[in-house]
Ligand binder design. Sequence first.
Ligand code: NAP
Length: 346
Amino acid sequence: MTKTRVGIINVTGYAGVELARLLLNHPGVELTSVTGRSAAGQLLGDFFPHLSDADLTIEANLGEVDIAFSAMPHKESAQAVLPLLENGTRVIDISADFRLRDAGAYPQWYGFEHPAPQWLKKAVLGLPELYREKIRSAQLVACPGCYPTGAILALAPAVKSGLIRPEVIVDSKSGISGAGRSLSLTTHFSEANEDVTAYSLSGHRHLPEITQELALLKPGFSPAITFVPHLIPMTRGILPTAYAPLVAGKLPEGKRGEEELLNIYRDFYRDEPFVRVATSSPHTKYTWGSNYCYVYATIDHRTGRLIAVSALDNLMKGAASQAIQNMNIMLGIPETTGLEAAGIYP
Ligand SMILES: NC(=O)c1ccc[n+]([C@@H]2O[C@H](COP(=O)([O-])OP(=O)(O)OC[C@H]3O[C@@H](n4cnc5c(N)ncnc54)[C@H](OP(=O)(O)O)[C@@H]3O)[C@@H](O)[C@H]2O)c1
């Protein structure tokens, strides 16, 4: 039986090379084409020696494939995938270019006019926990960002059950690889090591995505979100901590309230292969190199607030492995194929 041919546009970045690592070992597909501006003509295994068994040459342009992944920067990604979409190829985009439903949000948050608003209507957000059924038949899947994946998974059960009021705060910590492989002063070792800083306090690009998805979860819920990301000196990992006022009277007082909250989260994620509802605050180290997201929710009884924490690997559930989870769903093969491995610990 011939395998589904898959390709990666821009294998030379962190998200792209993680896709290559996972797809090269995926039993259900064959990675037949990879592109990379800075490495065209080189062997993938020479450019990335940890993939030295890969017998693929990095090309300037993508060969013919059945499913194309794009790991391009935003704006460039839309330009690269539009011709593929027009010729009927199925596309899984890791960039932000098809995540927002409102084309008018792109100039404000990303600084460009969207070149193909018609595809925003057809795109399905690649968060299987919310959109599994639509992903099955989608031609274009827009994988959510790493911060939004963590924030939405931490808050979705509480929003859906009407437990919280809209004044939500998401304080999120990210490892340096979240900023990509391209060189910048911010990610320079001597700037980032032994340092922690908050950034984008006036509004990070992932804020509209988190707001859009939490609003869609419950009619009438209009989230007013303060989202503050922090850069911390580790390679991988995202840890969002979300705070929101609880709606009075929804949960019992004291310990029973915590137990009921846990049950609501367990019910919401009951059939989810990659979300683990934790009984204590998770660590990013639980998730290194895996597609798992750990979610923990509790109550601050003094203030009547929900505290919800999640932990994930930004390059995995936040990018490459989540994209492959989406591919598995699109192909109708078991969703966990090629993704069963637990995280690397310590
Ligand atoms: N890093 C994460 O944790 C993460 C998580 C979720 C989503 N994403 C998204 O995934 C995409 C890739 O992110 P990344 O972190 O992998 O970035 P990256 O490591 O910085 O790589 C970006 C890639 O894009 C290429 N590139 C840069 N500028 C380009 C341009 N103007 N035209 C064409 N190619 C260009 C680079 O290729 P050359 O060097 O070969 O030119 C490189 O392969 C982005 O859209 C990002 O927002 C990243």
